[in-house]
Design a protein around this ligand. Structure first.
Ligand SMILES: Cc1cc2nc3c(=O)[nH]c(=O)nc-3n(C[C@H](O)[C@H](O)[C@H](O)COP(=O)(O)O)c2cc1C
Length: 188
């Protein structure tokens, strides 16, 4: 598969590990990865994994500040093969659902939708209130794909990484970042 350019955004929901393992899976496939970590995304990275944005910056091709509205992803003219927000907070979901582009993540998502490009959002929140559900419906109607961070168990995961990778694998498929799904159910 030829190299593609992805925008990966890590926001301040629990589940920073999903973003980090997706980043590594995309790089392993030889793709170009551009990264935005929100202020609260950096906090959860620290709380959950003991990592900083600077640590991740070493592993990607380009990093943007969430407040830099003049950065390339702020324009629909900047080529991206797809964008993914993982994990995606209910706040960022709400911003995308309502076109309230007050940071670079929401503006880039707004551009992805208007340019009819792939946009994948990976919420972790549970339980969901009606506002969350309505916002998920709105972004789905606008063309985004919601992949809840709900790992499968049929592949008999033994470690946390195995669990996380069942979601990372689904995201890779939806981003068209891999030729074939690696965790595949083969029926009886
Ligand atoms: C440890 C921690 C875990 C959080 N987990 C979630 C979560 O799972 N889902 C969510 O929507 N917000 C969660 N939040 C709240 C968000 O970080 C907060 O709404 C923040 O304003 C989101 O900003 P952002 O979307 O720009 O990153 C969490 C906050 C902290 C400190």
């Amino acid at each position: 598969m030829s190299s593609k350019r992805f925008l990966l955004c890590i926001t301040g929901a629990s589940g920073a590990i999903y973003g980090v393992r997706l980043l590594r899976a995309l790089k392993k496939e030889g793709h170009e990865v551009h990264l935005i970590v929100t202020k609260w995304g950096e906090k959860t990275l620290g709380y959950e994994l003991g990592m900083t944005r600077a640590d991740l910056a070493k592993e990607v091709d380009k990093v943007y500040d969430e407040d830099d509205m003049a950065a390339s992803p702020s324009s629909g003219s900047f080529h991206l093969d797809a964008m993914v927000v993982v994990p995606c907070t209910m706040k960022t979901l709400a911003g995308i659902a309502h076109g309230y582009a007050d940071n670079l993540v929401v503006r880039a998502a707004d551009c992805s939708l208007k340019e009819r490009r792939r946009l994948v959002l990976v919420p972790r929140e549970t339980p969901l209130n009606l506002i969350h559900i309505r916002n998920m419906a709105a972004v789905t109607e606008a063309g985004a794909t919601i992949i809840p961070a709900s790992p499968a168990f049929w592949h008999k995961p033994k470690t946390v990484d195995d669990l996380v990778d069942s979601i990372v694998d689904r995201i890779m498929t939806h981003l068209d970042a891999r030729k074939q799904t690696s965790i595949e159910w083969i029926g009886d």
